[in-house]
Write a protein of this length. Structure first.
Lengths: 113, 517
């Protein structure tokens, strides 16, 4: 059975890719296993160094979903303002968009644009 | 029995839907009954697919032996409900039955604490009936009837948790949107019936000559099915419905959405496929809608904090890939050189993406359902450190997230690979948008993974444990399918996808009821 996916101008062989993945995984594991073995879980060693200050609770210091990609979203603020304005949650707007797009498509088809 | 397979595909889940309410006092028996019915229907759909692949188009006529029989004698055209099942229809039916089974299995534990489960399972089976009918029928009015069955059952399921105001609101919105779209579909069918005096799609396809009335019918059918499949900017109902529907229904509701996409393809390729000059224009409209859908969907997903709403926007985004792939094929449908050079592969990419997306998006929505099941919230800001508590759900999420982001060797990569390459050949800008969308998809799922599964364990989730076995089993089955479809894409393409693509392209076969006339 041929597992190679042929596309119009190329190919993709997932089995070959998997063989390489396993090979590189083994190489990675060998490098990892030669690392410093002095790490000891569940000891003082794993606590963060905060210049002697008390470690805040986990809930307070975790990075929340709303903070991730803050810079990206702020940079595209105007785009998101426009998008959020479109998403009103009002059923009447849903139907208006449908009617509007329907009119455009009919104009293209019937009007021969 | 084999000759009546198409009728049984409808009759068995319909029988299940009508008998399930009788089990009101034994709700766990109702769940098992629904599970048995979905397994049987899945088995039948496998048999149906095998029949279609080995023998070609199946034509099943209700009330006669052959579709050409004319009664009353001397009447100009045959008047009967006809199921015409080609590889595309059989492929969709297989997707519907598989996902109904997975949904019923997941629901067994996911909604066991709810009340009114006999109605829940009856509606699940009715939704399955609606989808199967839509994809098997060769009759336009019959298509409308099954569209209504699926729409009504789907909206009732969206509002199933009626003690939540948001669920009731989402259910009513879905019902209204479905009703408006269905009404316009009915109006278009009326126009075509007025023109040609028949409702059979193969027959109509031979008659249509595309005057102004036909164009209006085409435009209305196109825009109505585009809204029902969640194309931007008519997608607003999707996040409402997908977020509020119980996670066990998400797989079947996804297939219901893609049954409308199927109808859009059927209208474009089969009903109006014989028209040459306008279809390239329709193909371009489909491709541009696809690009808009994928980009706006993914950028909206990126800012969501509700895990199911985020995934719902991704469902919209992924629909864009399907529209793009098939739109590229439709654009070059009447150019034999381009069709064989990249059009057929583009359509294969789009249709392959339907099944891939159904699998991994169902998986992801189920992992979101699992998170809700154990934490009682969908807000990502309130989650964290759940990977240690829910190892199977975490693995399932990683597989689903990698698949939707198009990472090799998972199934999403194979279909996106075909879409990137072929859309580039039509217009490089289309491929650029498709690739940027994939990068943003990955970024979005990294956010979900980091905020829900990684990080230090939170005290409030100290007692959290992995979800029950039926839910884990349903997720693992889908995760395995993501890997298998990704590792052996050629097998799926050759056995399932290319026959479906050819069924759409080879119009003469469809028009002649598989060679009967």
């Amino acid at each position: 059975m041929n597992f190679t996916l042929l596309s119009p101008s190329g190919f993709w062989d997932p089995v070959l890719w998997l063989i390489f993945l396993i090979l590189f995984g083994i190489i990675g594991y060998i490098i990892y296993s030669r690392g410093n073995p002095s790490y000891k879980p569940n000891t003082e060693q794993v606590k963060p160094y905060l210049s002697g200050n008390v470690e805040p609770s986990k809930e307070k210091i975790m990075v929340r979903a709303g903070d991730i990609y803050w810079g990206f979203i702020t940079a595209l603020d105007e785009y998101y303002v426009a998008l959020k304005r479109m998403h009103t949650g009002d059923l009447r707007d849903y139907i208006l968009w449908y009617l509007g797009i329907g009119a455009i498509i009919l104009f293209i088809l019937v009007g021969g644009v | 029995m084999m000759e009546h397979l198409p009728a049984l595909m409808i009759a068995i889940p319909l029988f299940g839907a009508f008998t399930t309410p009788l089990l009101k006092k034994r709700q766990n028996i109702a769940a098992i009954w629904a599970l048995i019915i979905t397994v049987i229907t899945f088995g039948l759909s496998l048999l149906l697919l095998q029949e279609v692949l080995s023998k070609g188009i199946i034509v099943y006529v209700f009330g006669a032996n052959k579709p050409t029989l004319v009664l009353p004698s001397g009447y100009r055209v045959p008047v009967r409900i006809i199921f015409e099942i080609d590889a595309m229809g059989a492929f969709m039916a297989l997707s519907a039955t598989l996902m109904s089974f997975i949904g019923a299995l997941y629901s067994y534990s996911h909604v066991e604490m709810e009340t009114g489960l006999e109605k829940y399972y009856a509606l699940l089976l009715l939704l399955e009936v609606g989808i199967i009918g839509m994809v098997l029928t060769g009759d336009l009015f019959n298509l409308f009837v099954f569209l209504e069955v699926a729409g009504i059952a789907g909206s009732a399921l969206v509002g199933f948790r009626n003690y939540r105001g948001e669920a009731s609101e989402a259910g009513i919105k879905y019902l209204m949107v479905s009703s408006v779209a269905s009404l316009m579909v009915l109006f278009s069918i009326g126009l075509l019936y007025g023109q040609y005096g028949n409702l059979n799609m193969a027959y109509l396809s031979r008659q249509i000559h595309l005057d102004t009335v036909d164009m209006i019918a085409l435009g209305l059918l196109f825009v109505s099915f585009a809204m029902k499949c969640g194309a931007v900017p008519m997608h607003y109902w999707v996040p409402d419905a997908y977020t509020e529907v119980p996670a066990g229904i998400n797989p079947t509701l996804l297939v219901a959405t893609y049954a409308s996409l199927y109808a859009l393809f059927r209208v474009s390729f089969s009903l109006f496929g014989a028209i040459t000059w306008n279809m390239a224009r329709v193909g371009w409209i489909m491709s541009i809608l696809g690009v808009l859908t994928m980009f706006i969907g993914v950028t909206m997903a990126l800012v969501q904090k509700d895990v199911k709403r985020l995934m719902s926007y991704h469902a919209i985004s992924q629909t864009g890939y399907m529209l793009l792939g098939v739109g590229v094929g439709l654009t070059v449908l009447n150019d034999p050189a381009k069709l064989s050079a990249f059009g057929r592969a583009a359509m294969a990419g789009g249709i392959f993406h339907i099944i891939n997306h159904i699998i991994y998006k169902s998986l992801l929505l189920m992992t979101a359902g699992a998170l809700f099941y154990v934490t009682g919230t969908r807000n990502l800001n309130e989650m964290g450190g759940l990977a240690r508590k829910m190892p199977y759900t975490t693995i399932a999420f990683i597989v689903g997230a990698a698949a939707i982001s198009g990472l090799p060797p998972f199934n999403g990569f194979a279909s996106k690979f075909l879409i990137y390459e072929t859309s580039y050949q039509l217009n490089p800008l289309l491929a650029v948008f498709a690739m940027v969308t994939s990068v943003l998809t990955l970024a979005s799922f990294v956010k979900v993974f980091a905020s829900a599964f990684l990080g230090p364990p939170l005290e409030k989730y100290e007692e959290v444990r992995e979800v029950p076995k039926p839910m884990v089993t349903a997720m693992i089955i889908l995760a395995i399918l993501c890997i298998l479809f990704g590792l052996f894409p050629n097998v799926v393409l050759n056995k399932l996808i290319y026959p479906a693509v050819d069924a759409l392209i080879k119009l003469a076969q469809y028009q002649s009821w598989g060679g009967l006339v």
